[in-house]
Design a protein around this ligand. Structure first.
Ligand code: GRF
Length: 241
């Protein structure tokens, strides 16, 4: 399957470290829906499943093995230099396990996005599903946000909300959240490339100048079909954006 490259296509880099399901969803959505998007490269900090999947999808890959670098600063300098050499419009972190250096980020002219498996600002960091279950939460989900130098922080683009059910264990809940991630991440990227949302004064705002994209729907909050109208309204009151 070849990615369709339009003359004025939007250029994307994807950073990965592991399984690669978000990366695949972004690539497959853009290919199947024929969005004007060119995936310049998938860059990994280690050899991983995502690299194999990217190769199968005919996307160029780069591995910058973090173990070869003396420290995180050196790794970041090399990473930002490789990213800059591609000159992308957007860089999407999809399960990328390194924290980006604040200094490098503020010097970079590129926008970096991340997806995190929780309804931020709650449950930053690792093991979110386990912590949500221990915290007796009734809902959970995922957030797409732009990246700052702080862990799982930055202006929120959209959130996908799923229920926590009585019979849930970590695996069941993780699968439900991942299913939501695979919908909202491509949709957030499409919203940026179609200019449906723009980054202004430190926040993502709706824009009137959007271009049409085939089969594309963007909403700041996406709910799992489980929720009733009343439950959705109650949850919206609790969200911070
Ligand atoms: C996802 O849950 C994502 O939210 C988190 O890391 C996981 C990556 O999974 N940042 P995959 O590599 O996309 O399958």
């Amino acid at each position: 399957m070849k990615n369709s490259i339009h003359k004025n296509s939007f250029k994307l880099i994807i950073l990965v470290s592991g399984r690669g399901s978000n990366m695949s969803s972004i690539i497959k959505n853009s290919m199947l829906l024929n969005w004007p998007i060119e995936i310049l490269a998938v860059i990994a900090d280690r050899d991983c499943n995502a690299i194999n999947l990217a190769k199968k999808l005919s996307v160029p890959t780069v591995i910058l093995d973090y173990k070869r670098f003396r420290n995180s600063k050196r790794f970041n300098i090399e990473l930002f230099s490789v990213v800059a050499s591609f000159n992308p419009d957007l860089v999407a972190l999809a399960g990328f396990m390194r924290i980006l250096n604040q200094e490098q980020l503020s010097c970079s002219k590129h926008i970096f996005l991340n997806i995190h498996p929780s309804i931020l600002p709650k449950y930053k960091g690792l093991n979110t599903h386990k912590r949500v279950l221990t915290g007796n939460e009734t809902f959970h989900g995922a957030t797409v946000h732009s990246v700052t130098g702080d862990l799982d922080d930055g202006p929120i683009i959209c959130q996908g909300v799923v229920p926590v059910l009585p019979e849930d264990n970590e695996a069941l809940l993780a699968a439900r959240v991942l299913d939501m991630e695979l919908k909202i991440y491509p949709s957030a990227i499409a919203a940026i490339l179609s200019k449906k949302i723009v980054f202004k004064s430190g926040v993502w705002v709706k824009s009137e100048k959007a271009i049409d994209l085939p089969a594309f729907y963007f909403s700041k909050i996406v709910f799992h079909p489980y929720f009733s109208k009343h439950e959705k309204e109650k949850i919206v009151e609790k969200l911070v954006f």
